[in-house]
Ligand binder design. Structure first.
Ligand code: NAD
Length: 305
């Protein structure tokens, strides 16, 4: 194995430290405490874990965390009324509605009801447009984390060939915009791309955001390229044995086949411990950024796009 391992867990810890230090200064010098409101509708177990983790890390960095847990059958009108209340609350600088929402709620309508200045997920149509036109916006957390790691590893990204595999609104598309903003030559590949291996072989930077376990093998990777693996896939791991109920134990893998890619790449993010931890760290960074902007204060350095 020759690739440098980009340690997202360690990087995320440094981001959280920077956020905490800036939050402490805001409190001391300006008497302001950033606040993040997280809204969870229903009892999806994975969403509950994410929301708990977000709340815990928010408090650990010195910010206020406001959790709003609503019943699964909450009406759209009640959810929109809560968002309106949070939009008007000066103690709340960031609002995150945990997705997915129950089927009877219109996700686009709900997301676009959030004040764009408080939209720390960066999913509001205004933020999408601002990012697309190179203006100051709230940037989706996962791609922002990928960008931070790439900048840290490469310094300048200018002129590099980047291939983003996946065109989702939450990862692929904003990732491509960010790379374009840093002057990469960007290709977005997706399920209909012809000859994906050849497209990926051109890339100095490969960002895989598909959700298919180990679909990118090492022989697609240009020697020395950087592989950012966004995928989080749970697969059976019979080598780990079985649980008490007889079911096979599982493990997490990315969209890249780690061993073969690491043998060719110049750098790679592992799964777990790569992009994943950066996502919540960037949510905290976005909350701080939103708070600074709301108060006309200087933004934290190195924590925005
Ligand atoms: P998505 O399902 O919305 O989008 C997947 C994209 O992959 C689509 O654009 C599709 O065109 C493309 N695709 C599907 N099959 C393909 C193929 N065979 N070849 C090329 N492209 C193909 O997924 P998403 O929300 O963007 O998430 C992608 C992955 O990233 C998932 O594994 C998800 O769990 C993970 N994820 C991780 C984080 C994190 O914090 N690390 C955050 C968000 C998503």
């Amino acid at each position: 194995m020759s690739a440098t391992i980009i340690d997202g867990k360690a990087f995320a810890a440094t981001v959280r430290e920077k956020v905490a230090a800036h939050v402490a200064r805001l409190k001391d010098e300006n008497g302001i405490t950033p606040g993040l409101a997280v809204v969870l509708v229903g009892e999806d177990p994975a969403s509950q874990v994410y929301v708990r983790s977000k709340g815990k890390q928010t408090v650990e960095t010195g910010m206020n965390s406001y959790e709003h847990k609503l019943e699964a059958d909450t009406s759209e009108a009640d959810l929109l009324a809560l968002i309106d209340k949070l939009n008007k609350d000066p103690a709340v600088h960031g609002i995150l509605v945990q997705l997915p929402l129950p089927k009877h709620l219109d996700e686009d309508l709900v997301i676009n009801a959030i004040d764009p200045a408080k939209d720390v997920d960066g999913f509001h149509i205004s933020n999408v447009g601002l990012l697309g036109t190179g203006q100051k916006s709230m940037v989706p957390c996962t791609p922002l984390g990928c960008l931070m790691m790439l900048r840290d590893h490469h310094g300048s990204l200018s002129g590099l060939d980047a291939v983003v595999i996946g065109r989702s609104n939450i990862v692929g598309k904003p990732m491509a915009q960010l790379l374009l903003g840093d002057s990469c030559t960007v290709t977005i590949a997706h399920s209909r791309t012809k000859d994906l291996p050849e497209v990926v072989r051109r890339a100095d930077i490969v960002v895989a955001a598909v959700g298919r376990p180990e679909m990118v093998p090492g022989d697609w990777i240009k020697p020395g390229a950087t592989v950012i693996d966004v995928g989080i896939n749970r697969i059976d791991a019979p080598e780990k044995g079985t649980r008490e109920d007889g079911s096979v134990k599982t493990r997490l893998v990315g969209d890249a086949h780690y061993e073969s890619c690491a043998a060719v790449a110049g750098a790679i993010t592992p799964v777990p411990g790569g992009v994943g931890p950066m996502t919540i760290a960037c949510l905290l960074a976005n909350t701080l950024t939103a708070c600074c902007r709301a108060n006309g204060l200087e933004e934290p350095e190195g924590l925005t796009a």
